[in-house]
Design a protein around this ligand. Sequence first.
Ligand code: C2E
Ligand code: CA
Ligand code: CA
Length: 553
Amino acid sequence: MKLKKHILIVEDNELNRAILHDILEDEYDVLEAENGQVALDILKEYKENISLILLDVMMPVMDGYTFLDRLKEEGELSLIPVIVMTQGDSEEDEISALSHGATDFVPKPYRPRVILHRAASLIKFRETAALINQFQYDQLTGLYSKEFFYRKVREKLEENPEKEYCIISTNVENFKLYNDAFGRRAGDLLLQEGARDIIKTVGNDSISGRYGADRFMVLAEKNWEEKELEFYFTDAVENRPEKLKNVILKWGVYEITDRTVPVDQMCDRALLAADSIKGKYNQHVAFYDDTLREKLLREKAITDIMDTALVEGQFIVYLQPKYDLKKDCMAGAEALVRWIHPEWGFMSPGEFIPLFEKNGFIPNLDQNIWRQVCAKIREWKKKGYPSLPVSVNVSRADVYQLDLEKVLVELTKEYGIHPSELHLEITESAYAEDPSRIIHTVNRLRDQGFIIEMDDFGSGYSSLNMLNQMRMDILKLDMMFIRNEMKKPMEQSILRYIIDMSHGLGLRVVAEGVETLEQLERLRAFGCDYIQGYYYAKPMPIAEYEELLKVAK
Ligand code: C2E
Ligand code: CA
Ligand code: CA
């Protein structure tokens, strides 16, 4: 059975209502109201399920025109078509009905076929309009929907062959977090605001679409320089209200150089550009170019094979010895991963670690590396080699994604080694991200007996506060620190100060990236405890390190 559509008759005269009811009831489900107030109540109950309203103008309590005025304020409900029933053929009545927002009118007395015909065509018209509307516009933001955006872009490009355009895509970086914290409604408002921001930024002559949950797409004329755009976006981000500070908008720009590329691909390129700066603290806009394309293809290829590579044992450990400046002897080593791929050959971590940190693979790789290291330490113990610690790298993602304490305790137990034989190098930026989390994790690990080295100190988000707040064992000075700071007297005194302060806090200090004798001597003079760097030894295969270990003191 087909469900009948609802028609609402608003008319004070009982007899007239009955006549209309008769005319309509075969085709429609008829609701009746004897005045405007009752009609509004019914509307609030049935909402958009009412397809049409037939309205008398002369009524007590609330007349037809007042009703029309009230209806206009009802948002969605104001879109329901209204046929006003006028007395005779009074032109005046017709005009005032239309000016109050009626869709159409029919004169009394009623002619059944005219009424049925008008009702049917108005309902149909409205449904079609709603459909087109829904298809063209995103309900939430009022921007074009994806498909319609494509079409509009094509039209615009064809109409303006002489102008230069670009596609700008945006991505709201922490949108999910925001939704969780403040609720869906707040998330919706944020997106609406984002949509308005975009229109403000790129001007009215542009075309904007909503592309997915938290993505927008804009076609804009290219009448700015890259620098300007960068400035504009950065500015827009920095001036957001406090609550939105954690919500980061990333913008990707594809300059349309080849108009034969399908529009959806143009959009993909803008998206790729936006995604390429995901998670980068201070970059808000990126431009698509061929290098980016190649980089992304390469990343995709790596992502496709990384699991297999791990299973097949393509990730191997190199060891770089550390040197004890006080005792003049080898002090252990840092484990650094290398990827030996059957076709691509030897790869340095710089080529894949940042990607693995982005795509979530790093905890898998790291656990594998830790296991290899533990296995070696057990083997050396069995062989009676000197017991020197090995440091492994612990990535930020490991801290956030793993139960580090459990994983590492179980691992050392499994291989029968003491936690202090494993040093954990945790990068300083982990502290910048979520101090309380990292402080908590580090405390638990230290309680278990692991030795904590703060890696890359001085590379970026250094905070001297960190040294007070977090218990650790060893401070590892970043390479750039050694390189830049050691040249000028002023910087030398900073270096000396940090080493002294660390000692005051009971920390030992390692300097990494030491490449010259001069650097080594200065560090020794400043009281630095250990060095690591090409001057003493490069990262080497395990077998080579074993030769050094055998004869170590
Ligand atoms: P890092 O932890 O700061 O490691 C030190 C890097 O400096 C290593 O680069 C090492 O080969 C290099 N290096 C050592 N001495 C010198 C020197 O005197 N001069 C110069 N120019 N470089 C020196 P590598 O092996 O390419 O590793 C790069 C980064 O990749 C590491 O930086 C670390 O952050 C990451 N990484 C390496 N292995 C692993 C791993 O197993 N897990 C994780 N999560 N990250 C790793
Ligand atoms: Ca390290
Ligand atoms: Ca480092």
